[in-house]
Design a protein around this ligand. Structure first.
Ligand code: FES
Length: 392
């Protein structure tokens, strides 16, 4: 994967990577960038534990008698999910992409902000190693002065970023907080450069359509769905996804129609619709025969793009439905504008703050979770909200 990544960026990467290696880690890092994400199994052997952790995480999913039902569902699904990882090459590329993104981001930050350099990234996954706890321990051992907790889900949900943030709160529950200046970036889905990357990824695919149909191609933004229970509670995820779609279309400036659809529903309860596969079938019946799928909620390739979108929907569902041409836009991955987007978000945060946003500190209108309440209080304290929330 790394060799593929390097070929695509032959002009800029060698110098950047050399700089990273040279700068890296001969100097003690001053600023930590903690990159939160769910992670994915790097080998099929990790699939069982990965599913077990997801199905027992009540921030991610709520099931009746979860301590029993969660592990039961995880073990029932393990073989089927292992097969899917085998079909995409034997594991998830999330770690490799995140590590490369972190290296390029910190290299850019070292140049942009010498006052907070050296910057060092720490990968904090929720469901596979390196876990959130591993990242916090490594960062403390390095003796950093400040730490930016940076969600790699650009659009906030209490089920995803919220879960990772609760894991950090759990880590410090019975521990003395270290003498590190913490701050938090929990959402950045409308960053202009991020919208530009998504628009570029769509343009790359629009070019593949014949000029006679290009303006009619249906652009279908697709994001992981969410249980309607969470939507009704007031989770901000649906409108943040919609805001990313709108920002992307403003950058794209094409006449094509577009829609937002939802994928990856699990279990029998109702989730946000329309589902991506149903939308492909319905449009095909209506005579829409050219489409692009755009994963709008993840910053790198993962099982839902490489398997669900590429294999299940593009290769199987669309063909069966009679779609003439369907393309899938690449995730941001190592697009140079994506590295610039991350650097833009983090550098603005480091220089002008706030250390934690009021939006994050507020709760969903129908949230009754004591865990959410204590987590918000924890972040007020961790990020020194009262004393200097505006000064950083
Ligand atoms: Fe959203 Fe508690 S579920 S703040």
């Amino acid at each position: 994967m790394l060799s593929l990544i390097c070929q695509k960026n032959a002009k800029i990467l060698p110098q950047l990577l050399c700089n990273v290696r040279c700068a890296s880690k001969s100097h003690k890092p001053k600023t930590a960038i903690i990159m939160l994400n769910m992670g994915g199994p790097q080998t099929v052997d990790q699939v069982g534990d990965y599913l077990h952790r997801i199905m027992t995480d009540r921030d991610m999913i709520q099931l009746p008698v979860q301590s029993k039902l969660g592990p039961w569902i995880a073990s029932r699904r393990t073989e089927e999910v292992k097969k899917k990882y085998q079909e995409i090459g034997g594991g998830s590329p999330i770690y490799r992409w995140t590590d490369l993104q972190g290296k390029l981001l910190t290299e850019a930050l070292d140049q942009m902000l010498p006052e907070s350099a050296p910057h060092k990234h720490y990968i904090a996954f929720r469901y596979v190693p390196p876990f959130t706890d591993d990242a916090l321990q490594a960062m403390e051992a390095d003796g950093v002065e400040r730490a930016v907790i940076f969600s790699q889900y650009p659009q906030y949900s209490c089920a995803t970023t919220g879960s990772s943030l609760n894991a950090i709160a759990d880590f410090y529950k019975d521990k003395k907080q270290p003498n590190i200046k913490f701050s938090l970036i929990e959402r950045w889905g409308t960053n202009e450069l991020l919208a530009t990357v998504f628009a570029d990824r769509i343009k790359e695919k629009l070019k593949l359509f014949d000029g006679s149909v290009r303006d009619d191609v249906m652009i279908m933004f697709t994001a992981h769905s969410l249980p309607l229970k969470a939507v009704s509670r007031g989770d901000t995820y649906p409108h943040e996804i919609a805001a990313s779609v709108s920002a992307t279309m403003s950058k794209l400036q094409v006449p094509n129609p577009h829609r937002l659809v939802w994928q990856s529903k699990v279990g029998p309860l109702p989730w946000l619709q329309p589902y991506t596969d149903d939308a492909i079938k319905s449009y095909a019946k209506k005579g829409v025969k050219h489409m692009i799928l755009v994963p709008i909620a993840f910053v790198n390739e993962h099982i839902e793009t490489l398997h669900e979108l590429d294999i299940e929907y593009c290769d199987e569902v669309a063909k069966e439905a009679g779609v003439k041409q369907i393309e899938r836009a690449a995730a941001p991955n190592d697009h140079p504008t994506f590295i610039a987007a991350m650097a833009d978000v983090v550098s603005k945060h480091l220089t002008t703050g706030p250390s934690v946003s009021r939006q994050f500190l507020s709760r969903c209108p129908h949230c009754v979770s004591a865990r959410c309440q204590s987590s918000k209080e924890f972040y007020k304290k961790l990020c020194n909200y009262i004393e200097c929330s505006k000064e950083m």
